[in-house]
Design a protein around this ligand. Sequence first.
Ligand code: SAM
Ligand code: SF4
Length: 336
Amino acid sequence: MGIRPPLKDMLIDNHNRTINYLRLAVTDRCNLRCNYCMPEEGIDFSNNHKLFTIDELSKLSAILVSQGIDKIRITGGEPFVRKDLMVLLRNLSKMNGLNEISITTNATLIGPYIDELKELGITNINVSMDAINRSTFEKITRRDYYDTVHDNILRLITEGFKVRINFIALDGQNTEDILPMLELAKHYDVCVRYLEEMPFNGGSRKFDSIVWDYKRILEHIKEVYPDYKKIPSHETSTSINYKIPGFKGTFGVIPSFSRTFCGSCNRLRITATGDVITCLYAQACMNIRDILRSDASEEKIRVQILKAIGSRSKTGFEAQQEYQGIFRNSMTSIGG
Ligand code: SAM
Ligand code: SF4
């Protein structure tokens, strides 16, 4: 595979935002069935030939890096259900101009790869864990992986990875775990991030408002830890971050449903089947898989990406208005 060190362009959207962050889903499959993400059964996974191959993912990434992407987050589905994932990560780690590779995972299958990830310098790992209580975890994920996830999180932390825990506040399911989960940040240098639930769940639940928004999550934490202090976050960060005095780690809230962060959005999403998504609340604006598979694809891809970046919605609310009915989507194809 030829990975060229190209001259860098910049991707600027139609609202003057620089797009330098790609969230790349490598599969729509998952070994868990988190109830906020996908239905228990009857999931319409894509045929294998519709998924990008590792060569295609590497080629696409190289094109996008030449256009100005300097940070790629690998997501899914569960990225590690792809047996060839490490081949992609090895390719990405050699790519000039790509400054950061990170992964979002459920941490069920990462164990055997931890040493190599460290060798490749891939140390930013987000782990989704929505309960510290075993039975709550098993109810939410509909699977029996509690010990594996717990052990892998501790291993990642002790091996020096920069670990962030993603915890979605789900009314009636796990909010009793919000404070116990914070104990992880008390004892370890991790960031526990509380997310608002979004209505992307494969159509298993319908809602147009949420009970546990970021303000309520913060109030809940304040009842026990009134001294927490806001800490600086990167301007493109989706999380607002805090420190509790005496804690080794930090915590954050992500207003994914309230959408307070759209103004500084720097993200582009590509699904495992090639759908290009310029806003989480929008539908895919195009598919680039077949273009990538055609001749002279590189220039065509560049043009299509510029086109997508040039017609982004200003906010998630605007996108939601434009694309009614998208809430049938599941995060397992979008990648979070
Ligand atoms: N399987 C990996 C994992 O769970 O971390 C990666 C894919 S998962 C779809 C990516 C992120 O999307 C996770 O942090 C997950 O919590 C989040 N997510 C999934 N469904 C969601 C929903 N309905 N609302 C908010 N976040 C969601
Ligand atoms: Fe799988 Fe992640 Fe969705 Fe859970 S959130 S079902 S682990 S893709």
